[in-house]
Design a protein around this ligand. Sequence first.
Ligand SMILES: Cc1cc2nc3c(=O)[nH]c(=O)nc-3n(C[C@H](O)[C@H](O)[C@H](O)COP(=O)(O)OP(=O)(O)OC[C@H]3O[C@@H](n4cnc5c(N)ncnc54)[C@H](O)[C@@H]3O)c2cc1C
Length: 381
Amino acid sequence: MKALVIGCGIGGPATAMALREVGIDAEIFEAYDGTAEGVGSFLNVASNGLDALRTLGAHRAVMAAGIPTPHMVMWSGTGKRLGEVANGLALDDGTVSHTILRSDLYRIVRDEAAARGITISYGKRLVSYDDTGDQVTARFADGTEASGDLLIAADGVHSRTRAQLDPKAPQPRYSGLYSFGGIVRDPRFTGEPGVYHMVFGKRGFFGYTVAESGDTWWFANLPRELGDVPADWKPVLVEAFKDDTNFSAEIIRGSEVDLALPVHDLPPLRTWHKGRVVLTGDAAHATSPSSGQGASQAIEDAIVLARCLRDAPGHEEAFERFESERRERVERVVAYSRTISNSKAAGPVGRVFRDLMMPLFLKKTASQESLSWMYRHHVSL
Ligand SMILES: Cc1cc2nc3c(=O)[nH]c(=O)nc-3n(C[C@H](O)[C@H](O)[C@H](O)COP(=O)(O)OP(=O)(O)OC[C@H]3O[C@@H](n4cnc5c(N)ncnc54)[C@H](O)[C@@H]3O)c2cc1C
């Protein structure tokens, strides 16, 4: 059996590796010409994502390139310390969430897949596919084609595969927030390694952590009309954070803004698979970044899908089992993440209420045990 995997982000290589483990050949087709070396900013790989990477034997390089970030301290924009919570839950062996440059994570999973003999073809933008019932053919923008037994979409939140699989599928939903990120080295910015400082500012949300190297890694979320894009984001961000009492505006002033993106998630889809084609990762269930779970969910999908394909009598039954094992969990993550995003975009009244209630809430949830469903979920092949 041969699978065409569309997209070489995070889920694509993970899927190809998982398929190889169960004896299914996979080839990855990526739209961009080169690799994702230039992709900016960083992301959080939660403990459940690291656990899933371990199932694939690919966790060590990710942990070595990332920084352990087990704690979060929450602040109001007026400088009030609202409380402290765990950033996820540690696994039984003590593994905690890690923060890693996005480009490093992409490179590591891609290199790991290539090292296992998986072919990755670049400059192959899927434009359509043809499922004849006994095989599936992918057509690419460069005029070439590839055929296989299955087509697995790992082509992200704006998935082309999804648009063909179900033309009535809901469109990605704008969260009302733009997300920004950057890295700066400035000895004035200090912080205990492993701690994220999260600031519910007057006009936007700001997070940063100081790595052992002395670099400050920061991100910001700003409520904004979709498409309202200035020529230069930096002055907009400095203005948005200048009245907060921490040094968000200073950090931004000294940095390049490496990432500026509108944040989307995906409403629940009616259809995850049809015939020989199945959606995975963000293509099936994109979550807003607030949960720090999108990458981890894509990696979990990869393992569950491979197991279902190995154990089910046929691909359609395998896709059904995959959906029934994954749907409830990922929809819960999307809903949870959306709630957090909404609290970041609170208006003036909501803000006062939030800052009053947050210390009580944080006290109750400090250990994050109530989120064990998210962080202590193990998927096996
Ligand atoms: C600002 C921001 C911050 C985030 N922070 C976090 C975080 O802290 N933790 C976390 O876990 N997640 C985070 N996420 C989410 C995470 O990035 C995604 O959930 C994850 O990348 C999903 O993996 P994927 O493989 O499904 O899609 P992607 O990683 O998006 O990969 C899709 C790939 O498909 C390719 N592609 C697209 N169209 C085609 C086509 N037609 N043909 C061929 N190839 C195609 C793309 O070029 C890309 O390489 C964040 C997302 C954003 C936007």
